[in-house]
Design a protein around this ligand. Sequence first.
Ligand code: ATP
Ligand code: MG
Ligand code: MG
Length: 350
Amino acid sequence: GATIGILGGGQLGRMLSVAAARLGYRTHIYEPAANPPAGHVADRVTTAPYEDLDALAAFAEAVDVVTYEFENIPASALDALEAHRPIHPNRRALTISQDRLIEKAFLRDLGLQTAPFAAVDDAEDLAEALAEIGCPAILKTRRLGYDGKGQARLNGPEDADTALAAMAGAPSILEGFVNFSREVSVIAARSATGEVAAFDPGENIHEGGILRTTTVPAQLTNAERTDAVLLAGKVLNALHYVGVMGVELFVTDAGLVVNEIAPRVHNSGHWTQNGCAVDQFEQHIRAVAGWPLGDGSRHADVVMENLIGDDIDRIPDLAREANTAIHLYGKAEARPGRKMGHVNRIVTKG
Ligand code: ATP
Ligand code: MG
Ligand code: MG
């Protein structure tokens, strides 16, 4: 049978592997860290760094198609892989989502609304950006941030020095603070033949920069719900994208503002595992393997709750709840802020 190569062995790689296995594929994980969550369910694991171009070439030759569960793959590694096998989603989607400045410029050029933004490399840039954008604002590193890491809030110009120091010299972006009423995300997919589908938007609550819950349906007007889905389709089509993408949105009085895009399955799409016939993981595998997209229509109201750190101690209680599906990632050690699993509570049926 065919083999799907997955870069990254975290929980997303694990759940992608399970979905691939259900569709009859073998999976091969490439992961620098030892004992990754996906390693327990994949057929094969290569443990090597992204600097090991020989290991990458051997991995690519052992699989039929390459996909990934996180976006921070070095360009040199992608070159080494792409010399042997196709990568889905494509390089352009990765390049754009790896850098918040390039990402925001791309979205703005598509005609979508973003937070006001400016590049910041030093104190002078920051002073200029603050004069233009005003406060409150958020300074973020352009690359490598996740779960709210690499960000500093500025309530006034007096916070400039501390915020800049927090970036530790990394190229950064200043974003004006968006006054949103809620945060939602759209998980959308595009197949190799250009078919596009989107799951119902979910409403997201963050705590300490980390996603806490996703609720479907989101509280949106019909117009907002339609806009969210059309906007996601526009992004996918512009990129000739193949696979699943997560699009994070702010809901404002002036319409939807795009926060960021993730060229992969997304934590806020985990509810689809118990709310749809075909979930985001199967949808992604279908797309990258050249299948038609599946039926992702929502058949239940669901609240997804992440189990972070010590939340894992609640498993005995959660296991007794009716209509609650438990998804654990098999991580040995529960550290603060570490995503250990999630539950999907089916609130109502149909
Ligand atoms: P993720 O784990 O989703 O990749 P991240 O580290 O890339 O997170 P962002 O999504 O940029 O970070 O920001 C995290 C959260 O901070 C957002 O979900 C939102 O609640 C808040 N936030 C970020 N940027 C802005 C902004 N410009 N205006 C208002 N709130 C913001
Ligand atoms: Mg992000
Ligand atoms: Mg985010």
